[in-house]
Design a protein around this ligand. Structure first.
Ligand code: DI6
Ligand code: FE
Length: 408
């Protein structure tokens, strides 16, 4: 990391500001970007660069493109172990739900994560964050949910918090105690929800370990009533909510979350028209997770056309986790969002910048190249921003700047 310096000008570049409603991608060609400390203070065509910046330190970028720092707004990347054996089982015909019901799936990662100490979890987390960062990610959301007991849930959230300091990335944490039913609560889901809401969430809130609360509303997760108890408990602590909804079946979770003003509703393959309307009216962001759709070989597509038609902001995230989306690459998700879900490259890029920021409630701070926002941006070796979604392989990331610090 280089230290903050006063004023820096980046020029001979093209900007994809990703501001809504202007040119596609918010493109400004032959542009300049000026940073003071950790803020963007000027953007525009180079010919209009104020003279005041003439004596500042300049870096020419030889025609490269700058986008906002990428934002992965849905991950489960604090965990121990791996589940390649389940992939073998699925390729031999078992389903994700079959494996979960047999005590594998999320519970298998719970066993491994409970057994791992804080330092081990931190090191594997930092490795995954470094991989995201190398591809231009500057903000990451990380969920708990592989502890399902007080100590391990707290440990996961603490690891996520300390990873922020070490990685230089902005990390938002989400408490996902209601991820699945732990073995010691078998057939007692209501009791477990009581434990999550009354014994764990108060500690999480008191220690300020979570920025939001999430739950898995699904046949292999929690039903609508149980989910609502979690969302109501979050409200008591003034924590915003989000929800894993309609991933494997239509439970009505998205409409419920919308009633609670959810920042986002995530997955959504089985979302029905009533759910689309509920989200459209609440202003929640629809977070699409093409990695899980792909890896579980799902066939039910999220209703992208209906979401588009109703003007619902769409985000794209990795869902990085060892079971349903073991992919530590947001650029790969851009491509999958386009090829599998029919997003345009511009929609996909908005989904990992502007709309992902909104899904985290951070849209005043990050997500577009806008004067006053945090100086989080990426310089790319591409000829056009669509290339970021169109191709995958040689990493096009040339430079990553977060809060004005050059990370790469
Ligand atoms: N849905 C998912 O895709 C992840 N969690 C969830 O509720 C999967 C988590 C896992 O399989 O470990
Ligand atoms: Fe998830």
């Amino acid at each position: 990391m280089t230290p903050l310096s006063a004023t820096r000008v980046w020029r001979n570049c093209n900007l994809a500001t990703m501001q809504a409603g202007e040119t596609p991608y918010g493109i400004v060609e032959d542009a300049a970007l000026v940073v003071e400390g950790d803020r963007i203070v000027w953007t525009g065509p180079r010919s209009a660069l104020p003279r005041a910046y003439a004596s500042a330190s300049h870096e020419g970028l030889a025609g490269r493109w700058i986008t906002p720092g990428l934002i992965d707004c849905h991950t489960h990347l604090v965990y121990a172990g791996q589940r390649a054996g389940e992939f073998e089982q699925r390729q031999q015909g078992a389903s994700y739900a079959d494996i979960a019901r047999a005590g594998g799936g999320i519970l298998s990662t719970v066993r491994a994560t409970r057994a791992a100490d804080e330092e081990t979890l931190l090191q594997s987390t930092l490795g995954r964050l470094a991989a995201l960062r190398r591809e231009g990610v500057t903000t990451v959301e990380i969920k708990s949910g592989y502890g399902l007991d007080l100590q391990t849930e707290l440990r996961m959230l603490r690891v996520a918090r300390s990873a922020a300091a070490t990685s230089g990335l902005h990390i938002e944490t989400t408490f996902l105690g209601a991820h699945t039913l732990p073995e010691n609560y078998r057939d007692r889901a209501d009791d477990y929800i009581r434990f999550v809401c009354e014994d764990v969430l108060p500690v999480v809130a008191h220690e300020r370990l979570a920025d939001a609360v999430d739950a898995f509303c699904e046949t292999i997760g929690f039903d609508l009533q149980q989910t609502e108890r979690v969302l109501a408990a979050a409200r008591k602590y003034d924590l915003p909510v989000k929800l894993h909804a309609e991933q494997l079946s239509n439970m009505g979770g998205a409409a419920l979350a919308a009633r609670y003003g959810a920042l986002s509703v995530d997955h959504l393959e089985y979302l029905d028209p009533a759910g689309v309307s509920a989200i459209a009216e609440s202003g929640s962001v629809a977070v699409l997770l093409p990695g899980a759709f792909y890896f579980l070989r799902e066939t039910q597509l999220p209703p992208v056309a209906a979401l588009r038609e109703r003007g619902v902001p769409i985000a794209v995230a990795s869902d990085c986790n060892p079971g349903s989306s073991p992919f530590v690459s947001l650029l790969l998700m851009l491509n999958m969002g386009c090829v599998l879900f029919g997003l345009t490259p511009e929609e996909a890029l908005a989904g990992v910048t502007r709309n992902a920021a909104r899904a985290l409630g951070l849209d005043a701070e990050v997500g577009t190249l806008t004067v006053g926002k945090r100086a989080d941006f990426v310089v790319w070796n591409v000829d056009h921003p669509a290339q970021l979604a169109a191709q995958f392989g040689p990493n096009p990331c040339y430079r990553v700047v977060a809060r004005g610090n050059t990370l790469i």
